[in-house]
Design a protein around this ligand. Structure first.
Ligand SMILES: C[S@@+](CC[C@H](N)C(=O)[O-])C[C@H]1O[C@@H](n2cnc3c(N)ncnc32)[C@H](O)[C@@H]1O
Length: 262
């Protein structure tokens, strides 16, 4: 696994990292109502389409939610997990350490060129991402999709799970989705899950993570939230990027898994 330069010596112990990954999964389930089901839909595509010994690139992996499920559920799979948040990268390294050489974690910024070198010559069968690419502007998203299309061999697939908000043409659906999100968050936080900000507060109780807070702040200082691109934009961008077949494999209100095959 590679680490941000100058920080290679410090690690978060595996048990603390696994605990933080568990708390992360709980808080993310407040924002994505059927998150486990969404992951299962993605993994069904892998089971039915990819070889058993597949290599997956986990794009914007956070603390390793996709890679953890993949490596546990596909005993012959390997994962290359990439992210830009130094705190989440350190949690991912600790949480995934038990999988040994089946996983690599890399520090990359998806808005810069060069991130596609992370697999270092390995042939990638699938690129998966969840609740992450909404950080990118439409132009950056198109660039990432184009880079993924170049990276994948013929038959390789991309699966992107994310909220793709309804636009003004479907105001009733947009309002239903908004109210559904609010209700799920109220219920999940009401039952004790941390919210996004509280998860970071909990993480920063570990000195090994607190020391990375200024670097995280610096890296994301100039990344304003983006307007969420609708489904139609994703499908058009994937076609323009060079994918042969695009569609959706899962939807719940405005939450989708978008599929593209080279
Ligand atoms: C909500 S988290 C999702 C993490 C994980 N995929 C999951 O579903 O639990 C969004 C992730 O996108 C990452 N991210 C945002 N912008 C990025 C960029 N330019 N390059 C790499 N990762 C980025 C963040 O650091 C964060 O880990």
């Amino acid at each position: 696994m590679t680490a941000p330069s100058g920080t290679e010596a410090t690690v978060l112990d595996q048990s603390s990292a696994r605990r933080l990954l568990g708390l992360w999964n709980e808080q993310q389930s407040a924002y994505v109502a059927h998150r486990d089901h969404r992951f299962e839909a993605m993994f069904d595509v892998l089971r039915l389409h990819c070889p058993d010994d597949l290599t997956v690139l986990d794009l914007a992996c956070g603390p390793g939610a996709i890679s953890d499920r993949l490596l546990a559920g596909f005993p012959r799979a390997t994962a290359v997990a990439v992210d830009y948040d130094p705190i989440l990268l350190r949690v991912a390294r600790g949480a995934l350490a038990g999988y040994g050489p089946r996983v690599e974690v890399h520090d990359v910024d998806l808005v810069t060129d060069g991130w596609a070198e992370a697999p270092a010559g390995r042939s990638v069968d699938a690129v998966l991402s969840s609740t992450a690419l909404h950080w990118l502007s439409p132009a950056q998203l198109l660039h990432v999709y184009t880079t993924v299309a170049r990276l994948l061999p013929a038959g390789g697939v991309l699966l992107n799970a994310d909220h793709l908000r309804y636009d003004g043409s479907t105001p009733t659906l947009r309002e239903i989705a908004r109210r559904h999100d609010a209700r799920v968050q109220q219920e999940t936080f009401g039952s004790g899950a941390l919210d996004y900000a509280a998860w970071y507060t909990e993480a920063l109780r570990h000195p090994e993570l607190a020391e990375l807070a200024p670097e995280r702040e610096r890296r994301f200082a100039d990344r304003p939230p983006q307007a969420l691109a609708p489904l139609e934009f994703h499908l058009a961008a994937l076609r323009a990027a060079g994918f042969a077949e695009v569609g959706t494999v899962w939807q719940y209100l405005d939450d989708y898994v978008v599929f593209a095959r080279r």
